[in-house]
Design a protein around this ligand. Sequence first.
Ligand SMILES: Nc1ncnc2c1ncn2[C@@H]1O[C@H](COP(=O)(O)OP(=O)(O)OP(=O)(O)O)[C@@H](O)[C@H]1O
Ligand SMILES: [Mg+2]
Length: 239
Amino acid sequence: MKPMLIAEDLRLERSGREIFHIENLTIQQGEVLALVGPNGAGKSSLLLTLAMLETPSGGVVRFAGEAALNGNRLGMRRRMAVVFQEAMLLDTSVQRNITIALRIRGVASGEAAQRAQKWLDRFGIGHLARRPARQLSGGEAQRASLARAFALEPEVLFLDEPFAALDYPTRKALLNELGPMLKGMNMTALFVTHDYTEIPYLAQRVAVLYEGRIIKCGSVVEVFGEEILSRRIWVPWED
Ligand SMILES: Nc1ncnc2c1ncn2[C@@H]1O[C@H](COP(=O)(O)OP(=O)(O)OP(=O)(O)O)[C@@H](O)[C@H]1O
Ligand SMILES: [Mg+2]
């Protein structure tokens, strides 16, 4: 096992308040770590800090063996991708939402167009490539957002409650597709969720954050017990 992302004595303070203090947290290469905890525990703040979108007040984040510093944070950020609860699509076509993100990262336009189509197809929305992104349904928009993240070929994928705004059938369909996709690509990911039933679909390990501290960390079964494995998302017309 090779550590991909390490937080060491990592702290974030805002307005004179400590938002989190993480003594040690490691995400191994190829593993999906779920991060759970109540509202306000600091999950999003920790995710943003690990994704180099927030600068910590103390401690260090190591990414692929290298400590993040002011001089290399932007470069590291560009090797990662984040999907939020809101799809955050630009007011242009679905395809351009992806190609713009790729062009910013220096991908040539032909290659960007090809990658965009490949990932839209993989997420089952290839036929929506030319549609204005703002016209998509919630589920389609989140598929587009995931396609954009995957098209970036990130070394770490961050998911901050990406399914929270979706209905159960849409959620279940996406989780069923995403699980094998992450595994097949050996993707390293941090998955923040409120809904524990989502965890076994994607994650191997879980960290529980409470008032800014990791109070528990272990395999999905160690943290939740065997029952979690049989609690699948229930869709009345499928069962
Ligand atoms: N810029 C900021 N200034 C002051 N306080 C902040 C700032 N950003 C976040 N906080 C506070 O930090 C705490 C953690 O917020 P965060 O959004 O990380 O929690 P969360 O676990 O993601 O919650 P939720 O489950 O509601 O998404 C909250 O109390 C929040 O009000
Ligand atoms: Mg949050």
